[in-house]
Write a protein that binds this ligand. Structure first.
Ligand code: GLN
Length: 382
C-alpha cells in the first residue's frame, strides 16, 4: 500500500531524536523540556482522590465546568479581564493540541501564516497539513526580537494568522509593550487572527510582566490563546492544557475539537479545579524557575560556551561559535556521544535549518542534574 504523505518533508521531531540519543549514550538529558523532579504531592493526591471518587468517565467536551470557572477567576485576578467559562474556555489534551486545533479551525488552503523562527517545531507542520503556507520571519539574532518592519512588508490579503509565543521556546525571549503595540497596529481593521502560545505564562523572570494577549480585549477577540497545565505544574506527561478565545471563534474551535479528542482526562481536571484555588502555587513559579536559570548560568561560567539571555521558559540558549565549525546538529550529537550531555540544536526550529551555532539547554531540573551536566560540559575542549 502506498500512502500519499500529508507531511512529505517532515521527519521525526528533534525531541524524540535527541531523547533516543540520550538513552543510547546514557547522557544527562537537558534536551526536551520537562522537569526531572517530583511535582506537587498535594496535586497527585487530588488526582488519586478524584479517581477513587469515581471521576473516571468522559468529562464535558469543553472541560470540567468547575475547572473552567476557576480558570476564569484566575484570569480575572491575573489579567483583569472577565472571560466566560461557558463560551470562551476549552480544556484540551495539551497546549500543542490547542495550537493545532486553533490553526485547523482558522486555516483554508492557500492562507498565509506569519511564523517567527526559531519556532516550536509543531507550528509549520500544523499549517502545512491544512494546506496553508508558512511565511517565515527570522527573529533578530542574538536577542531574538521581532523585526516588525519585515512583518509589515510581508502582510498581504492572504495573511490569515500571526503566531506569537511568549515566553519563547527555544530562546527564552519575551514580548514587550512595544511588540503588543506593533501587533495591534498591524492587525487593526484586518481579518488577521492571532494564535498566541503562552504555555510558559508563569515561567517568566526578573520581575518582567507576562504580556498575555488576554490583557488586551481588542486582540483577544481575534485570538486563540493557548496554555499548558503540564508546564505550570511540572507534569508534562499529563498532556493537559486549555485555550481561551472569544465566543464566535471558540464555537468553531469546539467543532474541530469534538470530533478529535472530544474531551480531556477527567481526574486531572477535577484535581486542578480544586488546586487552582491555591494562587501561591502558580505565583511563586517564576521565582522558583528563575533560581534554576541563575544556578545553571552560574555553573556554565566554568565552560567556554557563551550564554544568550533567557527571560522566561524552561530554556537557555548558548553559542559555541568559535569553539567548533560543526553544524549545531552534529555538535549536539557529539556532545551526547562524547560528553554525555543532551541538548537541542536550535537549527531544528528553522525550516531551512538556519545554523547560528546555538544549542538549547533545559534548566528546569534538579540542582544535582544541572551540576552533573555542567561538570561533563566543563571537560569540553575545542
Ligand atoms: N515543549 C517541549 C520542548 O520544547 C517539547 C514538547 C514535545 O516534545 N512535543 O522541549
Amino acid at each position: 500500500m502506498n500512502i500519499k504523505s500529508k507531511l512529505p518533508t517532515v521527519g521525526t521531531t528533534i525531541f524524540t531524536v535527541m531523547n533516543q540519543l540520550s538513552v543510547q549514550y546514557n547522557a544527562v538529558n537537558l534536551g526536551q523540556g520537562f522537569p526531572d523532579f517530583m511535582m506537587s504531592k498535594e496535586l497527585t493526591g487530588l488526582v488519586s482522590k478524584a479517581m477513587k471518587n469515581g471521576m473516571n468517565q468522559y468529562s464535558h467536551m469543553n472541560g470540567v465546568p468547575l475547572l473552567r470557572q476557576r480558570l476564569a477567576e484566575k484570569i480575572l485576578n491575573l489579567y483583569d479581564i472577565q472571560v466566560n467559562p461557558e463560551t470562551d474556555v476549552t480544556i484540551t489534551p495539551g497546549g500543542t493540541y490547542a495550537i493545532y486545533t486553533a490553526l485547523t479551525t482558522i486555516l483554508q488552503p492557500g492562507d498565509e501564516v506569519i511564523v517567527f523562527e526559531p519556532a516550536f517545531d509543531s507550528y509549520i507542520p500544523n499549517i502545512e497539513i491544512n494546506g496553508a503556507v508558512p511565511v517565515l520571519i527570522s527573529l533578530q539574532y542574538p536577542d531574538y526580537s521581532i523585526p516588525w518592519d519585515e512583518v509589515k512588508a510581508k502582510i498581504n490579503e492572504r495573511t490569515k494568522v500571526i503566531i506569537i509565543n511568549t515566553p519563547h521556546n527555544p530562546t527564552g525571549s519575551v514580548i514587550r509593550e512595544n511588540d503588543i503595540e506593533q501587533l495591534r497596529s498591524i492587525v487593526k481593521g484586518t481579518n488577521i487572527f492571532v494564535v498566541s502560545d503562552e504555555v510558559y505564562e508563569h515561567l517568566i523572570f526578573d520581575n518582567i510582566p507576562h504580556l498575555s494577549i488576554l490583557r488586551y480585549p481588542d486582540l483577544l477577540e481575534r485570538s486563540f490563546v493557548c496554555f499548558s497545565f503540564g508546564k505550570t505544574y511540572h507534569c508534562t506527561g499529563w498532556k493537559l492544557g486549555y485555550c481561551i478565545s472569544s465566543p464566535s471563534l471558540m464555537h468553531e474551535f469546539r467543532k474541530v475539537h469534538q470530533f478529535n479528542a472530544f474531551s480531556s482526562f477527567t481526574p486531572s481536571q477535577v484535581a486542578l479545579a480544586e488546586y487552582l484555588q491555591n494562587a501561591e502555587a502558580y505565583n511563586q513559579l517564576g521565582a522558583f524557575v528563575q533560581k534554576k536559570r541563575d544556578y545553571f548560568q552560574q555553573l556554565m561560567l566554568s565552560t567556554p560556551f557563551k550564554a544568550l539571555p533567557s527571560y522566561g521558559s524552561y530554556f537557555q540558549c548558548y553559542s559555541y561559535a568559535g569553539l567548533s565549525d560543526e553544524s549545531d546538529k552534529d555538535f549536539a550529537i557529539r556532545l551526547a556521544q562524547q560528553y554525555g550531555i543532551t541538548t537541542i540544536p536550535v537549527s531544528a526550529f528553522y525550516k531551512n535549518a538556519k545554523d547560528d551555532k546555538v544549542i538549547r539547554f533545559c534548566f528546569c531540573k534538579k540542582e544535582e542534574t544541572l551540576e552533573k551536566a555542567v561538570e561533563k560540559l566543563a571537560a569540553f575542549t575545542a
